[in-house]
Design a protein around this ligand. Structure first.
Ligand code: ADP
Ligand code: MG
Length: 337
């Protein structure tokens, strides 16, 4: 990344609240036009990082740059960023169009131009037809789209989104995920997206920073973070993993160290099958139907349990009590630090 295409840079940023190190030394570079996610459990410091970028919060120490310029200490309105919060914060007494046009009015855009640009923004989130309604007359998903339209209407260079889909039900959330991604691609705006939902982060992002206790524990593309988790924390927070501690690794894998193995990388075959490569004998303890597949829990002879994800296309489903041979590829075993 060169300075020319770096939208945001954080250099050793700390934000402490008394004893609490909400942000504890974050270094970060986000490229222009990138869909960047901050993923982590509640309390890991994601919102604080977002507020630091927006200027609602000042760092205890460290530097924040926007488009190559040090903006540490400047006020929120001096920064070319806009924030979409989880709770929308629409003005209840204004109709949808006026809500969306608000940012333009503040910037002194004339009425006709304002109306046009606000309608364009509403069209992008497919809500032109509710322009005259009040927020209270909208569904949760529609309100979220209005909040989005209101943020993009002023064409910020950077859009900060703090769990914007958190309040929506699953179906709507999935639909909005697709729309967000399309919108981001169409507008070419840099998105910094905060979520505690690993699936959401994996599907939407160009890159993901996984947070724990105010620090970034891993930063990479969705596939890097998923396929090559650096430690147990990432391996279990992002998706599910079978974790082998030193003892289990010795017993099952005949290897020294700690490892992770994804459930979908394991295949179950009959014990009589002559499988090459890594394998372990066991007995099916549980099978759970998931719709898209089956989760199979296997008690290994060597001791630990394995969770296996079988696609629903598997012909002969294993049953509770079946003796099985679990097999996987050596390269799917991830060594943890
Ligand atoms: P996340 O968004 O990942 O859930 P936050 O950034 O909101 O995490 O919070 C990180 C930590 O900082 C938490 O322990 C939280 O309680 C603390 N924190 C956040 N804001 C404040 C504040 N204004 N005063 C005191 N503690 C705060
Ligand atoms: Mg938060």
């Amino acid at each position: 990344m060169t300075a020319a295409n770096t939208a945001i840079r954080l250099l050793d940023v700390h934000r402490h609240f008394g004893e609490v190190r909400a942000v504890d030394g974050v270094d970060l570079e986000i490229a222009d036009g990138e869909f960047f996610s901050m993923l982590g459990p509640s309390g890991s410091g994601k919102t604080t990082v977002l507020r630091l970028i927006a200027g609602f919060e000042q760092p205890t120490s460290g530097t924040i740059e926007l488009a190559g310029k040090d903006i540490t200490g400047t006020a929120p309105f001096e920064r070319d960023v806009n924030t979409v919060f989880q709770d929308y914060a629409l003005f209840p007494h204004m109709n949808v169009l006026d809500n969306v046009a608000y940012g333009l009015r503040v910037r002194g855009v004339k009425k006709t131009a304002r109306r046009q640009q606000a309608m364009d923004a509403l069209a992008m989130v497919r809500l032109e037809h509710v322009a005259d309604r009040k927020p209270a007359q909208l569904s949760g998903g529609q309100r979220q789209r209005v909040a989005l339209a209101r943020s993009i209407v002023v064409r910020p260079k950077v859009l900060l989104l703090d769990e914007p889909l958190g309040a929506l039900d699953l179906k709507l959330r999935e639909q909005m995920q697709v729309e967000l991604k399309q919108l981001q691609r169409d507008l070419g705006i840099t998105f910094v997206f905060v979520t505690h939902d690993q699936e959401e982060a994996l599907t939407l992002s160009d890159r993901i920073a996984v947070f724990s206790e105010g620090r970034i524990v891993q930063l990479g593309s969705p596939s890097e973070v998923y396929e090559q988790p650096v430690n147990e924390y990432v391996a279990s927070f992002v998706g599910t993993s079978n974790l082998f501690d030193a003892e289990a690794a010795r017993a099952v894998l005949g290897a020294e160290g700690r490892f992770a193995l994804r459930p979908e990388k394991i295949h179950l075959v009959a014990p009589s099958a002559s499988a090459g490569g890594p394998q372990a004998k066991g007995k099916v303890a549980e099978t759970i139907y998931l719709g898209v597949g089956r989760r199979v829990v296997v008690d290994l002879e060597a001791g630990p349990q394995l969770v296996v994800l079988e696609p629903s296309t598997t012909e002969a489903a294993v049953k509770r009590g079946d003796a099985v041979l679990a097999t996987w590829r050596t390269e799917d075993l991830v060594r943890l630090t």
